[in-house]
Design a protein around this ligand. Structure first.
Ligand SMILES: NC(=O)c1ccc[n+]([C@@H]2O[C@H](COP(=O)([O-])OP(=O)(O)OC[C@H]3O[C@@H](n4cnc5c(N)ncnc54)[C@H](O)[C@@H]3O)[C@@H](O)[C@H]2O)c1
Ligand SMILES: O=C(O)C[C@H](O)C(=O)O
Length: 341
């Protein structure tokens, strides 16, 4: 405590570490509300907002909010380098969203190129930053990012995360509602990946544990798996989940920052390179630390039904991973052939 002469002691706050967060795709449906939540987060000292256009406006708007976070807007290829400079954490919601009737995989052709280019820039300008990948199809965009980082020589699986927090947020909401539980006390791990049947909520490990019939488990699992599609249909051509996703991404980012700042026992579900299963990438609970993932946690005991779901996701999850890896290898080979012409 310090004090002014004759006055009350002034509280002395321990300064928070200086943390820089960059959002790539910040002018979009997720990017804008996510940037606002980050501007409200005292753990974020500097927020760099990047998009192909529109970010100076978003940044100026947010900069008038009286919180400690400094906000800067960057737009276009020429400013990508400055947007990434010294970033501790880069969040990527850049890319196109689904329309009704589409699968996430149908976004691959457009989003793969966007993600590749952005991750190449991260490798160059902030190689030690943690990456939170939101762009779909996450089951492929994370393997794409990993391969790009390998080509650039900066890959470390402990720094690359596919954001699957929205699946956890949905499973918590649906479970709490179905069983009339206090929602703030509820947790449900979600493992696998982030598309259709690769999304596997583990209700057998939900807390608090209340009995669920076979039908209830199947219904809650289906509802969680179809959560994204439900929003896409309700928005009827105007995009996919943006507000709940911004909330989920802000939660995950906050956990990354808390862990970076040395807070212990930070556990989140995320889609990461791990050896928890035979899949090279798999969503599971992970422990976060000062430099990213400390470890991916073992699955633990799961029910027979969950084991069947795990077995059934095999082709889809492996197919999406292989597709992402092949994309980088093919586009890199084409580049070499082109340069030899
Ligand atoms: N992981 C998840 O749980 C989850 C949840 C919801 C949405 N998503 C995905 O997030 C992505 C974004 O969704 P949205 O609703 O915000 O879409 P959107 O179209 O509203 O916004 C995307 C933004 O990305 C920008 N962009 C495009 N190319 C870019 C580039 N090269 N560099 C920087 N920015 C670029 C666009 O200009 C746009 O502002 C989609 O792929 C969507 O499927 C993932
Ligand atoms: O469903 C989508 O296309 C967006 C996102 O992956 C979601 O789960 O809401």
């Amino acid at each position: 405590m310090s004090s002014v002469p004759g006055g009350k002691p002034l509280p002395v706050r321990k300064p928070l570490p200086y943390r820089r967060v960059t959002v790539l795709g910040a002018a979009g449906g997720i990017g804008q509300p996510l940037s606002m939540l980050l501007k409200l987060n005292p753990l974020v000292s500097k927020l760099s907002l990047y998009d192909i256009a529109g970010t100076p406006g978003v940044a100026t708007d947010l900069s008038h909010i009286n919180t400690r976070t400094e906000v800067h807007g960057f737009a276009g290829d020429d400013q990508l380098k400055d947007a990434l400079k010294d970033a501790d954490l880069v969040i990527i919601p850049a890319g196109v969203p689904r329309k009704p009737g589409m699968t996430r995989d149908e976004l691959f052709d457009i989003n793969a190129g966007i993600v590749k280019k952005l991750v190449q820039a991260i490798a160059k300008h902030c190689p030690f930053a943690l990456i939170n990948m939101i762009s779909n199809p996450v089951n492929s965009t994370v393997p794409i990012a990993a391969e790009v980082l390998k080509v650039e020589g900066t890959y470390d699986h402990t720094r690359l995360f596919g954001v699957t927090t929205l699946d956890v947020v949905r499973a918590r909401t649906f479970y709490a509602k179905a069983k009339n539980l206090p929602i703030e006390d509820v947790d449900v791990p979600v493992v696998g990946g982030h598309a259709g049947k690769t999304i596997l909520p583990l209700f057998s490990q939900a807390t608090p544990q209340v009995p669920l019939s076979k039908e209830e488990v199947e219904e809650l699992t289906r509802k969680t798996q179809d959560g994204g599609t439900e929003v896409v249909q309700a928005k009827a051509g105007k995009g996919s989940a943006t507000l709940s996703m911004a909330y989920a991404a802000a939660l995950f980012a906050e956990s990354c920052l808390k862990a970076m700042n040395g807070e212990p026992n930070i556990i989140e579900c995320a889609y990461v390179g791990s050896s928890v299963t035979d899949y090279p990438f798999f969503a599971s609970k992970v422990e976060l630390g000062k430099h990213g993932m400390v470890k991916a946690l073992e699955l633990g005991p799961i029910s027979k039904y969950e084991q069947t779901c795990l077995d059934e996701m095999k082709d889809e999850l492996m197919g999406s991973i292989d597709k992402g890896v092949a994309y980088v290898h093919n586009t890199e080979s084409e580049k070499i052939i082109e340069s030899l012409k």
